[in-house]
Structures are given as structure tokens and as C-alpha cells.
Design a protein around this ligand. Structure first.
Ligand code: SAM
Length: 344
């Protein structure tokens, strides 16, 4: 018979067993899991919360991911693209907020040439930001060009470690290719972020336990754990929304297992619990928040799922709100770049 405390000790000592993790994910003793995760976060990362401003610069996408509201075949969505100048100017207007990182995210949109991406990266880097790109699957050479232009982090979630589920949810894509891209990014010296969604159709607790073991094996620098929120204009629109408690447990166990990895409060989690979601996630292991600095007229259209949190708030409102939330739980906003476990 399994015992929660014994399993927690095993995880802390890097003894990872799928059945034990699955037992914890089903356990009713959430509080002891959350407490352990919070202690480990404090031990390895202290009280700092890193704020990373995200610009969602295009919702055009050539992919057909079944879960995603901006997938290429959704004809109901209004598409937009920000120009190179608009993207650079948006980063510039966020300078007073003192966010140390700008995350540039889009659908997989071939409109932007490598020259355009490199120009955006170079110009924003000159402002003193660290740049995270999240623009999908590219070749090794393309990643290399962006790196040489100054990008230092890349976010490419694999969504699930269940190969068959991944291949079903992402037509014409392959799990192997996704992981190969992550490995290429690592080889090039990027900090690599990945992540999963919880609540995907047919996903089991055992599969999520495997996801957590996979995180450890891949040694990601950042891991985003997010609920799958069905979008009504997709084929999965009728799916159920996962329990928030389960998502918190996955974050907490991921913190215990990975120790010093950066774990963001995902926007999808905040969307499902706008009142207290950020504070709750920060108290079960998370240490990063990504305020949305996309101009309001565009951010409403980056509809991965419906009713996304804070859609009508302009950037400076987000900044004030987040700082107050962080202080209310005794934490502080970081003034450093938030590289994983080390400052450069
Ligand atoms: N194209 C890039 C890529 O594939 O990595 C970045 C953009 S993609 C829209 C960003 C993330 O949105 C995906 O990795 C996925 O986890 C998340 N996402 C898409 N649809 C979602 C949904 N219905 N619920 C929650 N998250 C979703």
C-alpha cells in the first residue's frame, strides 16, 4: 500500500515511479503535496516571482491542432498580424514596467521571414530585454539564426508525452519531430521551455504521471502546465474542463521533482480561476507570471480558448494588479532576468 509522505520523500530524492506519482495525483491529501512543493520552491528559488511580458503578434497558423482556437481551419476567427514595427514599438512601450523578458508568440505563420524575426529580436534585445521566442517548429538553421540575432529562450510545448495522443491531436505533425526541435534548441544553448495540457480527451492520470517523469528526463528550463479549455469552434468544443485541484497537483509534483525549473502560472489556469488562481499557483510551486502586453485590439483575437483572462486590461493595469497579488502572499517581484537557477 502506498503512503503519501513516503512517495513525497522518494520524489524529493529523485526516485520516480509512475504508479507512485499516479497515486499522489489521485490522493485526497492535496495539502501535504502543496506544502512540500512550496517548501522546495522556497529552498531553490526564494520568494521572487519573475514577470515576463508576452506579445502575441499573429494569430495566423498553418497547423490544425484539434484543441486550438487559432488553428488554420477555424474560419470563424478574425485573423491579425502585427507589423515588425508594431511589435518593436509594443516592446518599447512596456519598458517602464521593468519586465526583464519579452516573450514573442504566434501561430505558425510563414508570413514572417527569418530576416523579419531576426530584426525584431535584435531591436528588442537592444532595449535590454531577454527574448523568448514561441513561434513553433523550425529547422536547426533557423533556430541558429534567431539565436545569433540574440534570442536566448524558446518555448515549444509538447502538450502530452503520450505519442499516440499527440499525433492524433496534431494532424500532420509528429511527437518525435517536436522533441527533436526541443533537442536542437538545447544544443544551440537556448533555455528551453515546454509544457502540457491537462484534460485532453482520453488522457489518463497514468499518462500525466508519465509526463512528469518525462519533464525530469528532458531537464526543461521552463514548464507550463495548463488546463485544456475547449474552444467551441473546434472539433473538441464539447470536452469537459479539468478540475483545478488536479492541475495544482501536477504543478506541485512537477516542482518537487524538477526542483529549480521555472514554472509559470499559466493564463489558462488564471482564466478558470481569475479571482485567486495566480496566488494559488504561486503557493504550490509556481514562480513566473507572463503578463500580456499585446495591444488590446489584438489580444482579444488571440483566442486559443474562450474568455481568456484580462482581455480588456491594458498593460499598465496588469502590472499593478499582479504586483498587488504577489505582495499579498508575501512574495516579491524579481529584479533580475530569471535565468534558471543562475544569473549570467
Ligand atoms: N505556435 C506555437 C507553438 O506551437 O508552440 C505557439 C503558439 S500555440 C497557440 C501556444 C500554446 O497554446 C500551445 O502550446 C498550447 O499549449 C496552448 N493552447 C492552444 N489551445 C489551447 C486550449 N484550448 N486550451 C489551453 N491551451 C491551449
Amino acid at each position: 500500500m502506498y503512503n503519501d509522505l513516503e512517495i513525497l520523500n522518494n520524489l524529493e530524492n529523485n526516485i520516480l515511479n509512475k504508479d507512485e506519482i499516479a497515486f499522489l495525483l489521485k490522493s485526497k491529501n492535496s495539502d501535504i503535496i502543496f506544502k512540500r512543493a512550496d517548501e522546495i520552491r522556497k529552498k531553490y528559488l526564494g520568494e521572487e516571482v519573475h514577470l515576463r511580458g508576452i506579445i502575441e503578434f499573429s494569430n495566423y497558423c498553418k497547423r490544425q491542432c484539434l484543441y486550438c482556437g487559432i488553428q488554420g481551419q477555424n474560419s470563424k476567427i478574425k485573423r491579425y498580424r502585427m507589423s515588425v514595427n508594431e511589435i518593436i514599438e509594443t516592446a518599447k512601450t512596456s519598458l517602464p514596467f521593468n519586465y526583464k523578458t519579452v516573450v514573442l508568440q504566434s501561430g505558425e505563420d510563414n508570413y514572417y521571414t527569418d530576416d523579419m524575426i531576426c530584426e525584431i529580436v535584435r531591436e528588442i534585445k537592444k532595449m535590454g530585454f531577454v527574448i523568448t521566442l514561441s513561434i513553433g517548429e523550425k529547422t536547426y538553421e533557423q533556430y541558429e539564426r534567431y539565436k545569433n540575432a540574440g534570442a536566448e529562450r524558446y518555448l515549444l510545448k509538447h502538450e502530452t508525452s503520450d505519442t499516440q495522443l499527440y499525433n492524433t491531436l496534431n494532424p500532420n505533425m509528429s511527437f518525435q519531430k517536436r522533441i527533436e526541435c526541443q533537442k536542437n534548441l538545447k544544443k544551440l544553448g537556448y533555455e528551453v521551455g515546454s509544457g502540457i495540457m491537462i484534460g485532453l480527451p482520453t488522457q489518463t492520470i497514468e499518462s500525466i504521471a508519465n509526463d512528469i517523469i518525462f519533464f525530469k528526463k528532458m531537464d526543461y528550463d521552463m514548464i507550463g502546465i495548463s488546463p485544456f479549455i475547449p474552444h467551441p469552434d473546434t472539433i473538441l468544443g464539447e470536452s469537459d474542463i479539468p478540475a483545478l485541484e488536479l492541475i495544482k497537483k501536477v504543478v506541485a509534483i512537477t516542482r518537487i521533482v524538477t526542483k529549480d525549473t521555472n514554472l509559470p502560472v499559466t493564463t489558462a489556469f488564471s482564466t478558470l480561476n481569475n479571482a485567486r488562481g495566480r496566488e494559488e499557483m504561486l503557493q504550490v510551486g509556481a514562480n513566473v507570471i507572463m503578463p500580456n502586453i499585446t495591444p488590446v485590439k489584438y489580444k482579444m483575437k488571440y483566442e486559443l480558448y474562450p474568455d481568456k483572462a484580462c482581455l480588456t486590461e491594458v498593460a499598465f493595469q496588469c502590472k499593478g494588479c499582479l504586483e498587488a497579488r504577489i505582495k499579498s502572499i508575501g512574495r516579491c517581484v524579481s529584479t533580475n532576468y530569471g535565468f534558471r537557477n543562475k544569473e549570467r
